[in-house]
Design a protein around this ligand. Sequence first.
Ligand SMILES: Nc1ncnc2c1ncn2[C@@H]1O[C@H](COP(=O)(O)OP(=O)(O)OP(=O)(O)O)[C@@H](O)[C@H]1O
Length: 457
Amino acid sequence: MEPNSNGRILIVDDEANMCQLLETDLRLRGFRSAWRTSAGDAIELVKTEDFDVVLTDLRMRGMSGTELCERICANRPDIPVIVMTAFGSLETAVAAIRAGAYDFVTKPIEMELLAITLARAVRHRQLQEKVKLLSEGTTQDDQFQEMIGRSPVMTKLYDQISRISTTEAAVLVCGESGTGKELVAQSIHRLSNRRNGPFVPVNCAALPEALLESELFGHAKGAFTDAKAERRGLFLQAESGTLFLDEIGELPLAMQPKLLRALEESRVRPVGGDQEVPFDVRLVTATNRDLLTEVEEGRFREDLFYRINVIQLDIPPLRARGTDTLLLAQRFVDQAAKRSHREVVGISDPAAERLLNYSWPGNVRELRNIMERAVALTPFDKVAVDDLPEKIRDYRSSQVFIGGDDPSELVPLQEVERRYILHVLGTVENNKTLAAQILGLDRKTLYRKLKQYGVSD
Ligand SMILES: Nc1ncnc2c1ncn2[C@@H]1O[C@H](COP(=O)(O)OP(=O)(O)OP(=O)(O)O)[C@@H](O)[C@H]1O
C-alpha cells in the first residue's frame, strides 16, 4: 500500500456518475480507487489488480451485486465486499451478507460512515494477511527464526546482531524486562564462530552474593565448609563458548573488581585455589537498568562498565514494534493451543485491535502470559475481546489517562501525545485522514509520528 493511502477500493455501480462521485470523495479521505460500471468487468479487474475492498451497488443491470459478491467470495475470499443497498431494503442487505458480503451501507450514502466502514474492512484484510503470512512461515530471515518480528526496529536489530556476532567483542544487551534479551544473547552465540561451544546463561540477580564468586570462578576442595570437592566455575564451563551474564546491573559492588580483573586477564582464580586458570570465553551481558545512571550514582564501576560495553545493543520495547505484536500473539496462541489440545486457531479482529493499542509494560513476556490465559479461557476458536484482561479490554479509554495522584503514574509529555494520537486513531477505526483532521495535523506529520511509534501501516 502507498504510504499516503488508506487502502485501494474497487467501486462497482452501473451509474458512472455515482462511481465518479464516490471516487472523488474517497480520494479526499485518503483512499485510492478504481471503478467499473458492470459486475463482469469488475470480476475481470480483480483477476489482474489487487484491491483491499470491493464496494458494490446491489441492484445493477446484468449481474447483480449479490452475485458479484458470491463470485468474489469464491475466487478472492481475501477481499472483503461492502454492498450499497437502498434505505429500507434490509432483506436484500441480509441476502448479500449471506452471500458473503463483509458489511453493507445504505443509500443515500453517508460518506463519513462509508469511510469508517471501508477503513474497518481494509484493516480486516490487513490483519488476515498478517495471519496468513505467519502460517505460511514466510515471516523473516531463517537465521532469526526463534525471534519473531518483522518491524523496522526488529529488522535493524537482526542486522546489528548479524554484523557483531562474528567479532569477539563484549556485548551489552539493554532493554526493558521481557523484551527478549536472552534470546538476543542466544542468537549472538548461534551466529558466532563459537557456535559449537557451550552457551552458559547466568542470572546475576538470582545468585546469593556469598555464592556468586565460587559460582563464577569455581572453588578448590575445602575452600569453605560445603566445598567437599573441587568445582569448575561457570567461566570454565563456558570454555570456547559464550558466557551470558543477565541482570549485570545487580552484580554486588564487592564482586565488580573481581570480575573486571578476570576479564582483563582472561584468567580466573577459583575460591581457595592458589593458581589462576586461563579461559577463552566471549562475554555477553544484559541489563534492564540504565547502567550509566548506575555508574553516576556509584552503584556500578565505571571501568567495568566500559569493559563490558564494547558494543551496546538496544532492544526495542514491544510497544515500538507495531504489528509484530500480532505475529507474536498468533505464535503464542498456536503454542498454547497445541500444548493444551485446544482448537483455538487465531485472534478475532476486535481482540487484535486491543492488543495493538495496549502499551505492554511487561513486553513479550506479558503478551505470552496473556495469550496463554486467553487460549485457556476462550469458548471460541478465536481469542475474543472478553478473553483478554480488563486492563487490555479497556485500554482504549484508559489510554489517554495521564496519571492520577500517584507520581509513579505520571508520564512524559511525548508519551501523552503518543497515547492521544493512538486513541484518536483507534476511535476512528484507523482512518488516518479523519484522525489527522481531528488532531489538527497534516497527514504527513501523522504518518511520521506513527512511524516513530512503530505503527507502520
Ligand atoms: N522476538 C521474540 N520472538 C519470540 N519470543 C520472544 C521474543 N522476545 C521475547 N520472547 C519470549 O519472551 C519471553 C521473555 O524473553 P527473555 O527472557 O529473553 O526476556 P528478557 O529481556 O531477558 O527479560 P528479563 O529482563 O526479565 O530477563 C521468553 O519466553 C522469550 O522466549
